[in-house]
Design a protein around this ligand. Structure first.
Ligand code: SF4
Length: 360
């Protein structure tokens, strides 16, 4: 099978060059074309010799995932749906602010964690993305941006990043490598539903910023929303977070989707404050982004205000964040699910599927 060029980091390139009789310093040049310049076509690597360019062209797959659609939201964010080489859809969201551009990217196609409020969770896991497929999303976003560049990355698109640990960590290393994408370590955030052993491992391997999808600080209620809590209950999660070497300035971010009558009462807020005791924490309050087939609703404005005040009065920063790009299916997995349905309904696709199934 042809190797995917974007899966190669600097030391992989050095290894390949050494094994093929080319000078090692070429590794930095190849890596620079890919990560810094976003050029993924060896024939354009003008500072390389012709024989090396030909070998690279012939021995590696250089294709970026294809952009299926890009939707511009009124709030200035862009939702980009890309298709992997095997025809699977993944989502990314590019959010431009005055002083930064944040890319919310995907780490898996689908997700197996099964959180009940999440459209991606409904899809189940189709497969992990490789490190190169994760990094390709930065290159695609930079091309989409034109003169601006991605400055911050958050793993909050499709998938549970720590369920794809090796590829995610390899991609993070390339992101913060000054010879790679050159992002600051404090500008890369991995978000997890709470895989305790992998949080501990990440703390030892590459302590980037950490965000926790918490959504409830009561074990029974959280287990109903997020099955992962049955395996790693709150006490275990808390212990792992206390040990995590989070950057002092930022601490740990908690994502808390506010769902009417489920987790938005003052009693819920009290439990949350108790859970956060001893941690430097910021809580992003996110009113649920409703999607078809789910009975749950976003909390009323008054409950959101009360919940937020309760946290703020106890010195816990708790901004209310609305999912960016709501008018273009902003919630994670929503656009991919919608597009998959359209593709399913496309007569040409139906015809192909039926032919494959021997019904035509
Ligand atoms: S919220 Fe995150 S971890 Fe949970 S199902 Fe959705 S993508 Fe997976």
């Amino acid at each position: 099978m042809t190797r995917y060029a974007l899966d190669y980091d600097l030391s992989d390139w050095r290894g390949w060059l050494a094994g093929n009789g080319f000078p090692l310093y070429r590794a930095g040049q190849i890596y620079n074309w890919i990560c810094q310049k976003g050029v993924v076509a060896p024939k354009e690597f003008t500072n390389l010799s012709q024989p090396l360019r030909e070998r690279l062209e012939n021995e590696f797959n250089w294709k970026l995932p294809e952009v299926d659609s890009a939707l511009e939201s009124k709030d200035g964010s862009s939702k980009i749906l890309v298709k992997t080489e095997d025809g699977l859809l993944i989502e990314m969201v590019v959010m431009s602010y005055e002083s930064r551009v944040t890319l919310c990217l995907s780490s898996q196609v689908g997700c197996r964690m099964g959180c009940t409020f999440c459209q991606t969770g409904k899809m189940g896991l189709k497969r992990n993305l490789s490190s190169g497929e994760i990094l390709a999303q930065i290159i695609i976003a930079n091309r989409h941006l034109g003169s601006k560049r991605v400055s911050n990355v958050v793993f909050m698109g499709m998938g549970e990043p720590l369920d794809n640990y090796d590829h995610v960590v390899k991609a993070c290393r390339a992101m913060i490598d000054p010879d790679g994408f050159g992002l600051s370590k404090s500008r890369v955030t991995v978000s997890t539903s709470g895989l305790v052993p992998e949080i501990q491992k990440l703390g030892a391997d590459l302590p980037v910023r950490l965000a926790i999808s918490l959504h409830n600080a009561d074990d029974e209620k959280r287990s109903r929303l997020m099955p992962v809590n049955r395996k790693y209950p709150l006490a275990e999660l808390k212990k792992a977070l206390l040990d995590y070497p989070a950057p002092k300035r930022y601490g740990i971010t908690f994502e808390y989707v506010l769902i009417e009558g489920v987790n938005d009462s003052i009693a819920d807020a009290k439990k949350l404050v108790r859970f956060l005791h001893g941690l430097k924490a910021k809580v992003n309050l996110i009113p649920l982004n409703h999607f078809p087939g789910v009975q749950m609703k976003a909390s009323e404005s008054e409950s959101i205000r009360n919940f937020q005040s309760y946290l703020s009065e106890r010195s816990i920063p708790a901004p209310v964040r609305y999912s960016r790009g709501q008018d273009v299916s902003g919630g994670c997995g929503q656009l991919a699910a919608k597009r998959e349905k359209e593709i399913d309904l496309d007569p040409r696709v139906l015809h192909r599927q039926r032919r494959r199934a021997g019904r035509l």
